[in-house]
Design a protein around this ligand. Structure first.
Ligand code: HH2
Length: 277
């Protein structure tokens, strides 16, 4: 299946890696590293060489406790980078934002997918996405980044996350987004304890069975820190292991900072998974 991302395509017939490019001063894993357009472009080029099928550009950190970024500042951070990447890279660029104004400007600058950790719940966001006609990734988050890790609570985290995502998908379809342009993401680390994250990953096959391509972001996340007591820069191998577990259960896209390693691992995973009985 080929997903049309505003003229550039994303091949979902095999699991793909989405390379993370945060143009923020404060992201939890790469904050400040790629703040200039040149550094961002260089980093994106490297990720494409390593096999990234799409580059996700974000101008607002959503790590627990992060402060919201004003509209003008977010636009100032992401637009030059999106323009440069769209011009120079063969792969689509996605915009990681919660703001409809940023979605519109980013797509005008060349972005081909909207990645919204807020699942298009901001006022007007679903209508804007429908109007822009690019694919959207709807992610589950309980609460808001500033407070989401204070006391996450679920009766059944798997049922609730799936229910939320299917409801959001239907709401977006009602607003005019095409069903075949919707991707779902359980939102690892967004208003979830380590136990919730483990359960969601253990039963991810229930989400991938719902008929929408599933995207997961596990790379370098605090779940790994909590289980293994490792700092962010030592989470590569466990992050790759988690990516494999997700792809084994049918995840279509893995959002990762570590493109080469993740891609090699998920290609092996797929080779085993797809052996005929
Ligand atoms: N995680 C982060 C940001 N955006 N988007 C999707 N669809 N899924 C995720 O799991 C996800 C996401 C957080 O990671 P990162 O971008 O590295 O950090 P920060 O939010 O601090 O910029």
């Amino acid at each position: 299946m080929l997903l049309d991302c505003a003229g550039k395509s994303l091949d979902l017939s095999q699991p793909q890696v989405m390379g993370v490019l945060n143009v923020t001063p404060d992201s939890f894993s790469d904050g400040g590293d790629f703040f200039s357009t040149d550094a961002a472009l260089e980093r994106a080029r490297r990720m494409v060489e390593e096999g990234a099928a799409i580059i996700d550009v974000g101008g607002e950190s959503t790590r627990p406790g992060a402060q919201p970024v004003p509209l003008e500042e977010e636009l100032r951070r992401v637009l030059p980078v999106i323009e440069a990447l769209h011009r120079s890279l063969p792969v689509p660029v996605s915009i990681d934002t919660r703001k409809p104004q940023v979605m519109r400007a980013a797509v005008a600058a060349g972005a081909g997918l909207i990645n919204d950790v807020n699942a298009l719940r901001a006022e007007g966001a679903a209508a804007v996405a429908a109007d822009l006609g690019v694919p959207v990734c709807l992610m589950h988050m309980q609460g808001e980044p500033q407070s989401m890790q204070t006391a996450p609570r679920y009766t059944d985290v798997v049922d609730e996350v799936i229910g939320f995502l299917l409801d959001r998908a239907e709401a977006c379809i009602a607003a005019g987004v095409a069903r075949q342009r919707i991707l779902l993401d359980p939102g690892f680390g967004f208003g979830k304890t380590a136990g919730h994250n483990l359960r969601l990953l253990r039963y991810l096959d229930r989400l991938t069975a719902q008929g929408y391509p599933v995207l997961v972001g596990l790379s370098r996340k605090s779940l790994i820190g909590q289980i293994l007591d490792l700092p962010v820069d030592k989470r590569l191998y466990p992050g790759v292991a988690l990516a494999v577990l997700a792809v084994w259960q049918g995840a279509a896209i893995v959002r990762s900072h570590d493109v080469r390693e993740t891609r090699e691992a998920i290609r092996m995973c797929r080779a085993v998974r797809d052996v005929q009985p």
